[in-house]
Design a protein around this ligand. Structure first.
Ligand code: UD1
Ligand code: CA
Length: 461
């Protein structure tokens, strides 16, 4: 479905009150920067990156790193109001119009709770009404500093900023959420007409509603069912409040999808995480990024998973996993770590104090305790004893270790890479393997034990 829509995202605010070395829109909600929430809502509503334009300040600390490839940008060198910010994106608007885009959303990069459902519902309302501009509004008990929605005989005629409002207008509870749909032709024509003759000396984007009425055009007010779309974060306290709201929404979605979170203490799950039903998530778990977890798993307590795919019926206890793929029936932990680039097949066991990095591991292979596996390819049904180490780094370069199916690696073995242990081979405990081991061979390399009879007498007791 091609909607012919585009969006301008305002992100030029420096957010002094956030007290951050980064721009305000970089601050994170459940591990994801606020601006990304808004960009992703646009994407899910059907916009391609080139249909979105982010308005940056001249010193956009940390923002550019968040933008998807192809995303357009405009620079607002001086902060002179929301209307001025959108005016800085005029070249983008002209190009969008030339491409056949007919409706443009203007959104705040620091109001992350807007989602694609509200965007698309308000777009349908905007189109059906044939409005020049549609403002998203909300009814709130404490309208504070928000712009007020002014109606005359039921008709939406203008938005008045709190700083410019009369007593009577300040008593209005329907507020401007700060998100809009514009007819692109109207926006391009009207932006140059904005004036800064108001209490704040700013070019108000909101004046475009009154201007449309004055030109005999109509404006729509789309009252959002959930008033929290208007919420932005200007301080860490407000950010924490948004985190609580977003977290509650995600937990509710997961409960409805059959995920068991018996006690949500310390549980933080990102918005792009998918969890299968009957999976249990125990206290102290952070599950972030584009993680997918299957059904019937037990995750936690105290586990951190980022950007991983995990199959069904796994147990992951008190461990950390990043950028890895885990099959079904895998047992991990307690106190294990999968660093980026692991591909773990079904029913593997990765026990306590085991670290695996950039490695593939075949079905039913077991690393039960105290082991480091780096840059390795382990086959199926291999038993790896306690304390085995792949010696993958020679001080300059990393090298790979390969171990064939059914091999047995005894306790405290060092595998000095690059090295290959063949299928079914047996490496005796404490061996330091420096040469390839042939399939089905025994490799043993350790100092033969000596015994001096009676030597300890008088020393040990
Ligand atoms: C604006 C609306 C107000 C609405 C409120 C919702 C105007 C004039 N008023 O208030 O009716 O209720 O949002 O939150 O639009 N920004 C820039 N450049 C600027 C000014 C702002 O990029 O020169 C960005 C900010 O970073 C922020 C957004 O625009 O993301 C809104 O600005 P903010 O100052 O928070 O809102 P107000 O102008 O007070
Ligand atoms: Ca302002």
């Amino acid at each position: 479905m091609d909607q012919q829509i585009a969006a301008i995202l305002l992100a030029a605010g420096d957010g002094k009150r956030m007290n951050s070395s980064h721009q305000k829109v970089c601050c994170e909600l459940l591990g994801k920067p606020m601006l990304r929430w808004v960009l992703d809502a646009c994407c899910k509503a059907g916009m391609k990156p080139e249909d979105t334009c982010v308005v940056l300040s001249s010193e956009p600390r940390g923002v550019c790193e968040l933008l998807p490839d192809g995303c357009a940008t405009a620079v607002q060198a001086e902060r002179r109001g929301t209307g001025h910010a959108v005016r800085c994106a005029l070249p983008f608007l002209q190009q969008a119009a030339a491409r056949g885009i007919d409706a443009v959303a203007v959104l705040c990069g620091d109001a992350p709770l807007i989602d694609e459902a509200v965007l698309l519902d308000s777009l349908a309302f905007h189109r059906k009404g044939g409005f020049a501009v549609t403002a998203l509004t909300a009814n709130i008990s404490d309208p504070g500093r928000y712009g007020r929605i002014v109606r005359e005989n039921g008709r939406f005629v203008r938005i008045v900023e709190a700083a410019d409002a009369s007593e009577k207008e300040l008593a209005i509870h329907e507020i401007n959420a700060g998100a809009y749909w514009f007819s692109i032709g109207y926006l391009i024509d009207a932006l140059p007409l904005l004036q800064d003759t108001n209490a704040q000396g700013e070019y108000y984007l909101t004046d475009l509603v009154g201007l449309a009425s004055a030109q005999g055009k109509t404006a729509g007010a789309f009252c959002c069912p959930d008033d929290r779309v208007a919420l932005g974060a200007n301080s860490r306290r407000e950010l924490a409040a948004l985190n609580r709201i977003a977290r509650g929404r995600i937990l509710d979605r997961l409960y409805d999808q059959g995920v068991d979170i018996p006690l949500s203490d310390g549980v933080m799950i990102g918005p792009d995480v998918t969890v299968g039903r009957d999976t249990q998530i125990l206290p102290g778990c952070q599950i972030l990024g584009n993680t997918v977890i299957g059904e019937g798993c037990i995750i936690g307590p105290n586990t951190r998973i980022i950007d991983c795919t995990i199959g069904d019926n796994c147990t992951i206890d008190s461990s950390r996993l990043a950028e890895s793929h885990v099959g079904s029936g895998v047992r991990i932990g307690p106190f294990a770590q999968l660093r980026p680039g692991c591909k773990i097949a079904d029913t593997v066991k990765i026990g306590n104090f085991v670290e695996v990095k950039n490695s593939t591991v075949g079905e039913k292979t077991s690393f039960a305790h105290l082991t480091y596996i780096g840059d390795s390819d382990f086959g199926e049904r291999i038993n790896v004893g306690c304390g085995v180490v792949t010696v993958n780094y020679d001080g300059l370069h990393k090298h790979r270790t390969t171990v064939g199916d059914h091999a047995f690696i005894g306790c405290n073995v060092n595998l000095i890479a690059p090295v290959t242990v063949g299928e079914g081979a047996y490496v005796a405990a404490a061996t330091t393997v420096t040469e390839d081991v042939r399939p089905d061979a025994l490799a043993i390399g350790r100092i033969r034990q000596r015994q001096l009879a009676g030597w300890a007498r008088g020393k040990t007791k």
